[in-house]
Design a protein. Sequence first.
Length: 55
Amino acid sequence: MSRKARTGHHGHQDSERALAKNTAAEARAKAAVRDVQSLSAKTRGMQQKAQAKRG
């Protein structure tokens, strides 16, 4: 019985660890998306500038 209770506690720790990993992964994904958006905005600005020179 005491062994069963211990495993339950351990399982809880595992789920907390998995949750922490998940939030870290989500944060990384959001940061990557943000970088891509800023990069595309930068290239868009450069294209507009080049077109303005041409026009």
